[in-house]
Each structure stands twice: as structure tokens, then as C-alpha cells.
Unconditional design. Structure first.
Length: 536
């Protein structure tokens, strides 16, 4: 009887025959060939199992390193210039794109600047003048009257100058009660013909809060990430009882009033030439569940172009592809995403993927394969250096520069990772980065086609960050019916921040005007409102 065994020392397979049963070999040639084929297949399968086991061990070790880095390591994705300098000569030889004369000049200039900066002695911070918009209170200090007469000649002294010291003070936020007094009149002799003053209409039909309080609650929650229970505590310190349940109800009422603005922003953002999209998890209360009440939903963020400067959030109870399908219905221009498969339904020729997401895979792989991953990171540095030089040029000029300089860099990058794919374990960090790149290569290179296309989705990623900060404070959103309220307020507040507007001033004004009803919705869009209310 023939037995296959694995040595505990080296892991290799060996043929052994037991002492009880002698090794019996067939006498016919065909039977011998069949036995050899069976043994060969068995050995290959065992080798494959060992190889897969080794790959799994490498994969698990790398995943552990990534988790440790996410927990305790640095969060920046920047690569040190010293490390990239190792690949500088290699890149120069690859394309001849690096002008040595220019580099030497830059090095000399950089050296001089460095020397100058080293020679400068910086002071202790200094004081910046407070902006002119801040309310000022002047306090003048004069000498004593006895000091105003000159001891030498007896004449009265004259002012020769002043010294001004600015100090910034803080006055806590204050509340005030607005009493709406409606006066009624009637004919005294007849006791008829009663008339009364007309109180202006409001979005909540005369509820307790004025528009400024609702605007403050919305700004504090969706801009400053203060959940309602914390706002309740803050207001309580000022001696005002504002229950969080009431604040939630006021946010719902104001969201319904501002919904036409949100819907109009949605219509206009679909006219963008380039639209960036991203999504991030957010928790909400599912009242239909008996045991586990918290359910994970997703906030979908859409970032319009410069002609349609709106950032719209669409909070949904799941991450299925149907959500962006519904939101983007009627959109036929370029869509840029991070490579998530939920957007694969969109036409490929109009789809672009983010280069930063692709770069992150190689940035992580540097810890395990510095030579290969470092070479790709050096190529990415060259790619972004080209983008930096092209910034501010016309779209045609940008496209020409990309075709001339970026295309060779990307062609060489693809050539390298295609060669490495054959010998790199697919479950390793570098292998996953390579497979990610090659699977999306066409979309990753979409930015080369037009000068107005971005190289990454950093803008929409930045718009997701407030949600990531906020969810750590909110912990969860009230319920599925509150998702629409959160979508409307977050969209208005963060579009204001994108435009450099004060969200509080904007919200207070539009809530007042929405209550009057006779208003054009387009005039209340954040960018149109900004033109009507320029910053002094």
C-alpha cells in the first residue's frame, strides 16, 4: 500500500510504504501511467493547498498590521521626500520627463530659501487684528488732571499720540422673548366692526420658536455637530428650558418648509458637467425592530460643479444601487465615484474613478514591498506634480498637458503592475492594490479625456467628513422618518459652508421669507442668496 505523508519539518510530501503491506506496482504500462497521473494530481493538489495556506497567513498578517495602523498609527498618507528620491533617477530614465537643469535650479533655489528661512528668527506668535465686523467697545484712558500741566513752563500739555491695545472678549449667547402683540379695535357705541393688526405669517403657524432659534439649532447640529441633548444642556445653563423633543419637531417643520429649495438644488445639480458622488454609513433607529433597534443606513453625498455649487445629501436606510439610480435619474454627464460597485449601472464611458483611492492601496503596501509599492508611489507623485502645474490653465491646455506628460506615466505604471500581477499573491496588500487598479483602469484614466475632469474625488470626500464627525456625536438619527429632515438641513448648511456663507444668517432669513409664502424659490438658493446679500 502506498501512502502520501507530509514531513513535520519541511512540509514536503513523500511516498512511504508500510511495513505490513509490500509496495505493489502494476505490471501493465497503461496501469502504471494511470497510477503516476493520479499521484501527480494528488501531489499538485497538496502543493496548492500549502501555497494557499501560506498566502492566507501572509494576508492575515497584513490585515493585522493594517488594523494596528488604523488604531495606533499615523493617519496621513504623505510619503517622505527622502523615500521618493530613491526613485527619482528611475523615473528620469523611464521617460526623460525630468529636466535635470530645471531640477538643479529648483534645488539651488530651494536651498537658498531654506537658508533664508533658517536665518529668520520667528517671534512668539504675534497678534492679528480683529476683523472690522466685530462689535467694538472703546475705553479711553487719560492722565490725571494734575499731570496735564507742564512742570517747566506751566503750559497745558497737548496730545501727541495714542496707543491702542485690542482685546477680544466673549459674551455668551443670549436669548430674548419676542412678544407679538396683536391690537384689536371696535366701535365703542356700536360694539361692532372689530379690526385687528395682522401678525406676519411664519413657517410653524405661530409656534414657540422664532426663526433665529430654529436656524441656531440647525447650524449647531449640522455644522458644529452638537446633538440635540447637548444643545438642551447648553440652553439650560442660560436659564432657558428647550426640550430636545421640541427641537426635533421644529427641525421637521422647518425642513418641510425648506423642501422646495432642496428639490430645486437637486434639479440644478443634475445639470452639472461633472458630478462627484460618495457614500458613508450612518445609524438610525428602526422602530419596526423588536430587539435591536439601531440599523445602519447610508448618507449619499453629491457634489456639483462650479456652475452648480451645491452639496446635496441623501440619507437612505441602505446602500443598494437603487438609491443613486433614483437620485441621478435624468443625469447624462460625467459621474465620478470611488469605485464602489453600486454605481456600475452608470454608462462606463461617462464614469470616472478616483486616483486617490487607487493610490491608497500602494501607500499601504509600502510596508510589505517598498521597492514595488514605492515605485508606484513615486509615479503618483509625478502625476500630481503635473496636475499642480496645470492648475489654473484652460481646459484645452490642461488636456494637452495630460496627454503629453501624464499618459506616459500611466502607461508605464500599467506596464509595471501588469508584470507584477503574475507573481504577486492576490490576497497580499500589494496584490489587492494591483487587482483594484487593473479592474478599474479605464475609469481611473477617464480624467485624461477632458481638461475639466478631475483626477480624484477629494471634493466630495471632504463633504462627507462633516457627516463622519457628526455621527460620532449624534450616535444615531431619530428614525427612518427623520432621514429626510437630516438630508435637507445638512444639504443647506454644508452648501453654505462650501460658499463661505454663515449658515445661521442664511437659514434665519429664508425661514422668515418662506413663512410669507410669496417668494421665488430660486432667490432662496444659497448661491443666489449670496449675490443678494454680499459680504461687507
Amino acid at each position: 500500500m502506498v501512502e502520501l505523508s507530509s514531513s513535520p519539518h519541511n512540509g514536503y510530501l513523500s511516498l512511504q510504504s508500510t511495513e505490513l503491506e509490500p509496495l505493489e506496482l502494476p505490471t501493465e504500462l497503461d496501469a502504471c501511467h494511470r497510477m503516476i497521473a493520479e499521484l501527480k494530481a494528488l501531489i499538485e493538489s497538496k502543493d496548492g493547498e500549502l501555497k494557499n495556506r501560506d498566502e492566507d497567513i501572509v494576508y492575515l498578517k497584513q490585515r493585522l498590521q493594517e488594523f494596528l495602523r488604523e488604531k495606533h498609527g499615523r493617519s496621513t498618507e504623505k510619503v517622505s521626500p527622502e523615500q521618493l528620491s530613491l526613485f527619482k533617477e528611475q523615473i528620469a530614465e523611464m521617460f526623460g520627463l525630468v529636466d535635470e537643469t530645471k531640477d538643479s535650479e529648483l534645488a539651488e533655489d530651494g536651498g537658498e530659501e531654506q537658508a533664508e528661512s533658517k536665518g529668520k528668527v520667528r517671534g512668539g506668535g504675534g497678534r492679528n487684528r480683529v476683523g472690522p465686523k466685530t462689535k467694538r467697545e472703546r475705553r479711553d484712558y487719560f492722565p490725571e488732571e494734575s499731570e496735564m500741566i507742564c512742570d517747566c513752563c506751566g503750559e497745558r500739555k497737548v496730545e501727541i499720540g495714542v496707543e491702542i491695545l485690542e482685546q477680544l472678549d466673549y459674551i455668551p449667547a443670549s436669548f430674548k422673548v419676542i412678544e407679538h402683540v396683536t391690537h384689536k379695535f371696535a366701535c365703542h357705541p356700536c360694539q361692532e366692526g372689530v379690526v385687528e393688526g395682522k401678525r406676519p405669517k411664519q413657517i410653524h403657524n405661530g409656534g414657540k420658536p422664532a426663526e433665529g432659534l430654529i436656524a441656531q439649532i440647525s447650524t449647531a447640529k449640522y455644522s458644529d455637530h452638537l446633538p440635540l441633548y447637548r444643545q438642551e444642556q447648553i440652553y439650560d445653563r442660560e436659564g432657558v428650558n428647550v426640550p430636545r423633543s421640541s427641537m426635533g419637531r421644529w427641525l421637521d417643520q422647518s425642513a418641510q418648509a425648506a423642501k422646495p429649495i432642496y428639490e430645486r438644488m437637486h434639479e440644478l445639480i443634475l445639470e452639472s458637467q461633472v458630478l462627484q458622488a460618495d457614500e458613508s454609513p450612518v445609524k438610525f433607529i428602526d422602530k419596526t425592530r423588536v430587539l435591536k433597534k439601531i440599523k445602519q443606513g447610508y448618507v449619499w453625498s453629491y457634489y456639483g460643479d462650479a456652475e452648480h455649487p451645491y452639496t446635496i445629501y441623501d440619507l437612505q436606510p441602505d446602500r443598494c444601487a437603487e438609491r443613486p439610480k433614483v437620485f441621478l435619474r435624468g443625469y447624462h454627464n460625467f459621474l465620478y465615484t470611488d469605485g464602489y460597485g453600486g454605481y456600475n449601472w452608470y454608462p462606463e464611458e461617462l464614469s470616472g474613478n478616483c486616483r486617490v483611492h487607487d493610490r491608497r492601496g500602494y501607500e499601504k503596501a509600502q510596508k510589505y514591498d517598498k521597492a514595488k509599492a514605492g515605485a508606484i508611489m513615486a509615479l503618483y507623485t509625478k502625476l500630481y506634480e503635473i496636475e499642480s502645474r496645470a492648475k489654473g490653465l484652460s481646459h484645452l491646455e490642461i488636456a494637452a498637458i495630460r496627454q503629453k506628460e501624464s499618459v506616459p506615466v500611466l502607461e508605464h505604471m500599467k506596464s509595471l503592475i501588469t508584470q507584477w500581477q503574475v507573481t504577486t499573491p492576490p490576497k497580499s496588500t500589494l496584490g489587492m492594490a494591483i487587482n483594484y487598479s487593473l479592474a478599474r483602469w479605464g475609469k481611473l484614466c477617464r480624467f485624461l479625456e477632458h481638461g475639466f475632469l478631475p483626477i480624484d474625488t477629494n471634493l466630495v470626500e471632504n463633504s462627507i467628513r462633516p457627516v463622519a464627525l457628526g455621527r460620532n456625536n449624534w450616535l444615531h438619527i431619530g428614525g427612518e422618518d427623520a432621514l429626510e429632515t437630516a438630508s435637507i438641513h445638512a444639504s443647506l448648511v454644508n452648501t453654505c459652508k462650501r460658499l463661505g456663507l454663515n449658515p445661521f444668517l442664511y437659514l434665519r432669513d429664508i425661514f422668515i421669507r418662506l413663512g410669507r409664502e410669496d417668494v421665488c424659490i430660486d432667490d432662496l438658493l444659497p448661491d443666489r442668496w449670496q449675490l443678494q446679500n454680499p459680504i461687507d
